[in-house]
Write a protein that binds this ligand. Structure first.
Ligand SMILES: O=P(O)(O)OC[C@H]1O[C@H](O)[C@H](O)[C@@H](O)[C@@H]1O
Length: 547
C-alpha cells in the first residue's frame, strides 16, 4: 500500500500549497462575495461554515482527490459492513451497528450482530424503566436515588460528558455520579455522600481488567458490606457492563446483572452500547434512543453524501491540510455552550487515541505527522485566557467553534452575547489587524513615530487563522448524537488518509502493563528493582516514605 506522501494527489497538493500558503483569507473574502455559500454545508441538523479556512476551490478539490485516492469511500463502506479493519487486533469496527435504525443486517463472520444489539437495547430499556419506576429497589425496599458509575477512558468519558451535556433533559429523582481515577480521594469523596440503601453501582469495563475500575469497584463493595449491605444484597446493587462475562462472573457479578458488549466496539466508540447506561439512567431511555437516532442520521449522511458536501470528510481533509502542509500540531475545540464544556476532553480521547499512530498496518513507519493534539475549553471563558496564543502566537492552531443557535434557558440577551463572542472570535482570527490599522489607532495620541514603531508590531494580529463554525439549532439529544458521530467519522477519514489503524491503542495498553509491574514492586519490597535508575529510585522513595 502506498504511503500517504506517495499518493499522486499528495504531490499535487504540495505543489498547490507552495502557491497558496501565503494567501490571506481577508483577500479571499474580499474577492468572492459568495464565499460563505461556497464553503458551507448542512446535514441533519448541523451546519458547517468552513469558509474561514485557508482554501480555494482548487484546494478543496485537491483535498477531496486525496480522500478518494486513499479510498476513503470504499473503506468507509467496509467499516459499516463489518470488515476487520482493526487489523492488529483482528476485529471488525462496528459502533455504527449499535445505532443502526434500519432493518439491514450487519454481518461479522457471516453472523448478523443486530439481534444481539437489539436484545441488549431492550434489556437496557427494561432496566432503566425498572429503576425509574421503582420496580427495582435497594436491599431495604427503597427506590434508588443515586447511581455510582465506575469506569475509566471510554467507559467513563462518553457517559459522563454526554450526561453533563444533556443536563436539561435529566429525569427527576435519580442522581448519577461518576468515578474514574484510582486516586482514592475521588471515590472517598463520592462515597461519603452516597446513601447505601438507595445507591445502584454500575461498573463499566469492556475488558474487565482495568486496574482503576476494579479497585474502585472493590472499594465500593467494601463500603457496601461495611455499612449494612450483605453478600446476598450485592446482586440488587451491583451491575456491570463488559465484554468479558467470564471475568465479571469470577469477580462476583451476578450473570443477570451483566450487560454485554462486543469486541467490535472500541472503548472510545462505546457510549452507544450498554456503556451508555449511565446516560440512559440519567436522562431516560427515550433520550438515549434520540442520541442513537442522531448518530444514525450522521452515519447515513457520511455514507451517502458526496464528499464535496460530506461534513466528516470535509472536516477530515481540512485537518490534514493544516497538519501535513502547514505543520499545525494541535487543534482546538471551542464549544460556546456551557453544557458542552467537556466535549473537547471527549474528542481528545476519540481523536488522539485513534490517530496517535506511527506505523501502517502493513508495517511501514511513517515520516509524516498523524493526529494532532486536541485541546480546548468552553467559550467565552477561553477568550480571557488561552485565546491569546491562538490570535498572536507563532504556531498555527486551527479551531472548531461549536454553537447552538438556541439556548437551553430563556435568559434575556445572554445567548446573543454568547453568539456575538463566538462569531466575533472567528472573524478576528480570520481578519487580524494590520500594522496600518494599528498605526491609525495611534493617531492623535501624542506618541512619537519611534514609539509607535516599537509598539505597533505587538498590537498587530496577523490574522489568517483558520476556523470552522459548527452550528446546530439546539443541543438536543439527537443533535448531540449527530455531533459526536460527525467527529467519529472525521477521525476515521483522517486515519484512512494517513494509512493507519485508528482502532487499536497499544501505547495505552503498555501503560496498563507497566503500571501493574510497578504496583507489585511498591507493594512488595522484597521484589528486586531491576529497572532504570530513575524508576528504581522513585520506587525506593515510595517504599521508604514512612522512614
Ligand atoms: O473499558 P475498559 O476495558 O476498562 O477500558 C477502559 C479504557 O482502557 C484503556 O486505557 C483503553 O485505551 C481505553 O480505550 C479504554 O476505554
Amino acid at each position: 500500500m502506498a504511503l500517504f506522501t506517495e499518493l499522486k494527489s499528495y504531490q499535487a497538493l504540495q505543489a498547490h500549497f507552495e502557491q497558496v500558503k501565503n494567501v490571506h483569507m481577508r483577500d479571499l473574502f474580499a474577492q468572492d462575495a459568495d464565499r460563505f455559500n461556497k464553503f458551507s454545508a448542512k446535514a441533519c441538523g448541523i451546519e458547517l461554515d468552513y469558509s474561514k479556512n485557508r482554501i480555494t476551490d482548487e484546494t478543496k478539490s485537491l483535498l477531496l482527490d486525496l480522500a478518494r485516492e486513499a479510498k476513503v469511500e470504499e473503506k468507509r463502506d467496509g467499516m459499516f459492513n463489518g470488515a476487520r479493519i482493526n487489523t492488529s487486533e483482528d476485529r471488525a469496527v462496528l459502533h455504527t451497528a449499535l445505532r443502526n435504525k434500519s432493518d439491514k443486517e450487519v454481518l461479522v463472520d457471516g453472523k448478523d450482530v443486530m439481534p444481539e444489539v437489539r436484545a441488549t437495547l431492550a434489556k437496557m430499556k427494561t432496566f432503566v424503566e425498572e429503576v425509574h419506576n421503582g420496580v427495582r429497589k435497594g436491599y431495604t425496599g427503597k427506590k434508588f436515588t443515586d447511581v455510582l458509575a465506575i469506569g475509566i477512558g471510554g467507559s467513563f468519558l462518553g457517559p459522563k460528558i454526554m450526561t453533563e451535556a444533556l443536563k436539561p433533559y435529566k429525569v427527576e429523582g435519580l442522581n448519577v455520579h461518576f468515578v474514574a481515577n484510582v486516586d482514592g480521594a475521588h471515590i472517598h469523596d463520592v462515597l461519603a455522600k452516597l446513601p447505601i440503601e438507595t445507591t445502584l453501582v454500575l461498573m463499566s469495563s469492556k475488558s474487565f481488567g482495568t486496574q482503576e475500575t476494579l479497585k474502585n469497584t472493590l472499594t465500593t463493595k467494601e463500603w457496601f458490606l461495611n455499612n449494612g449491605g450483605t453478600f446476598e444484597d450485592i446482586a440488587k446493587h451491583f451491575m456491570c457492563v463488559s465484554s468479558n462475562i467470564k471475568a465479571a462472573t469470577e469477580f462476583g457479578m451476578d450473570e443477570d446483572n451483566i450487560f454485554p458488549m462486543w469486541d467490535w466496539v472500541g472503548g472510545r466508540y462505546s457510549l452507544w452500547s450498554a456503556i451508555g447506561l449511565p446516560i440512559a439512567l440519567a436522562l431516560g431511555f427515550d433520550n438515549f434512543e434520540e442520541l442513537l437516532n442522531g448518530a444514525y442520521d450522521m452515519d447515513q449522511h457520511f455514507l451517502n453524501a458526496p464528499l464535496e458536501e460530506n461534513l466528516p470528510a470535509l472536516l477530515g481533509v481540512l485537518g490534514v491540510w493544516y497538519i501535513n502542509f502547514f505543520g499545525a500540531q494541535s487543534h482546538v475545540l471551542l464549544p460556546y455552550d456551557h453544557y458542552l464544556r467537556g466535549f473537547p476532553a471527549y474528542v481528545q480521547q476519540l481523536d488522539m487515541e485513534s490517530n496517535g499512530k506511527s506505523a501502517t498496518p502493513t508495517g511501514d513507519y511513517l515520516d509524516y505527522a498523524t493526529g494532532p493534539v486536541i485541546w480546548g475549553g468552553e467559550g467565552t471563558n477561553g477568550q480571557h485566557a488561552f485565546h491569546q496564543l491562538i490570535h498572536q502566537g507563532t504556531v498555527l492552531i486551527p479551531a472548531d467553534f461549536i454553537m447552538p443557535l438556541h439556548s437551553q434557558h430563556e435568559m434575556t440577551n445572554h445567548h446573543a452575547m454568547l453568539a456575538s463572542n463566538c462569531f466575533g472570535q472567528t472573524q478576528a482570527l480570520m481578519q487580524g489587524k494590520t500594522v496600518e490599522q494599528v498605526k491609525a489607532e495611534f493617531a492623535g495620541k501624542g506618541l512619537t513615530d519611534a514609539e509607535i514603531e516599537k509598539v505597533a508590531p505587538q498590537k498587530v494580529f496577523e490574522g489568517n487563522k483558520p476556523s470552522n463554525t459548527i452550528l446546530m439549532d439546539k443541543l438536543t439529544p439527537r443533535a448531540l448524537g449527530q455531533l459526536i458521530a460527525m467527529y467519529e467519522h472525521k477521525v476515521f477519514v483522517q486515519g484512512i488518509i494517513w494509512g493507519i489503524n485508528s482502532f487499536d491503542q497499544w501505547g495505552v495498553e503498555l501503560g496498563k502493563v507497566l503500571g501493574n509491574d510497578v504496583l507489585a514492586k511498591l507493594e512488595d519490597s522484597s521484589i528486586e528493582l531491576n529497572g532504570d535508575s530513575s524508576t528504581n529510585a522513585l520506587i525506593e522513595r515510595f517504599r521508604n516514605r514512612n522512614a
